[in-house]
Design a binder for this molecule. Sequence first.
Ligand SMILES: [Zn+2]
Length: 510
Amino acid sequence: MSKRLLPLFLFVSLLLACNTLITPFTPPTSTPKPLSSVATSTPVPPPPVSQTEAPFNIGWDDRSLFRQNLTSSAQSILEGLSGASIYHIAFSIADPPTRVSGVEEVRYTNQETAVLTEVDFAVFSEILGGRFLINNVTLDNQPVTVTHQTGLMRLPLTTPLQPGDSVIIHVEFEVTVPALGGDFYYGIFGYNDGILSLAHAYPTILVYNEQGWNNQTPDLDGDPLFSDTSFYFVFVDAPADLVLVASGTEVDLSDAAGRHRVLYADGPARDFYLAASSSFVKQAETIGELTVNSYAPASLSQYAQSALKTAEAAIADFSRRYAPYPYTEFDIVPIITSAGGVEFPGLTSIAENVYNESDFLEIVVTHEVGHQWFYNLVGNATQDQPWLDESLAEFVTWQYYLDQHGTQEAQSYRDEMQSTWDMLNDENIPIGLPVSAYTSDGYVAIIYGRGPFFLLALRDQMGQETFDRFISNYTQRYEWAVATTADFKQGAEQTCACDLTPLFDEWVNP
Ligand SMILES: [Zn+2]
């Protein structure tokens, strides 16, 4: 990595924060681009969604199609995760794609020890600048009246749900996609400059834990969604000129008159995400069981190729160090966003204006690839304990630089982490706080700047070999589950047979 002057470091570090709104430091380059003319035209309404075709005709327990989404060594997980939610979703997308009709059927199983009296869903499209209209909801084929408040849909259970029991919830909905871009949560839900970014477009079951339903309105300085590992069959019916990029693997294609009709199998995973544009050109490379696809407008093809190479190297590195990457596919896609990049299962979106910043592109792609381990594979309460995925994604980026480029480049990256922390004058604010406890710039400085230095301090204290063994054990112990700060500490102490309380008090604990 080339050396950069401090102001540029600041710019880079600020942008690095995936899902980190940069006010008041927003650099001029992240100003939303002008609307494309197509974005303001009246959309041709989406065609009706068939509720008898795939995925609605797939048996709830039929996981066979997910084998295509998983490497052979990861497929054994399909015999586990017995209570994981199974989503059957169909999206029909208008032309231009500013309106989406959706039907979702989800089988939800009570995996808790408590009896549940409701199931809570995130409907984040409406806190990200869109509109979400609920047309019809049924519970085990019976009409049910839900409570809908901004960003949240609460479904009362007529009969309390006992541990181990399941319900089938059916929701018909309409989503309006903002054609503004950038104004709401980095533009990750929007149609801007001919690129559709469809994050959080379906009702997503929230996590129930000892705090009850995690249904607080998210602080948009951090990642909004905290979700359990689930299985997704998603059928997408979209205008044929759109090149579709989605979580999971395409398992069926039935294109018809002017429309793409694709069925995706995405799982196990914590989310389903779709991006699309008529300008995307795909570059792909397959190594062993993994295919990495990098999509971009033709004008960015050389950068898309280097993003692909970075992703390949990072996936190989983290697979060796932490746990094997489970999927047969990884996609990289540019969107118009004020974040550097945003992670999703099996896929990352990268800010289009980062592509021609080669050093920074490598950092952002590596950070987002790191989230495949720390966010998707090992889940965490993204709002309550954001350091568990963000500080770790920063740390593993440093590890990548050390492994791929050597000590000098790792030191340059470490200098960038330091610059991020410097934004808050290296204040010793704990890294273990919820997103809402930080100011916007404090969140960036502490979680992205101070956080990885804690992991370096932990590595120093445990010794490199013990630390490496711990991170690998931790990843594999909690894969597809949710880990907490306490789990992390306990695992580290078990591995080193030492007391880490003083170190956690110094860096992590409030
Ligand atoms: Zn991140």
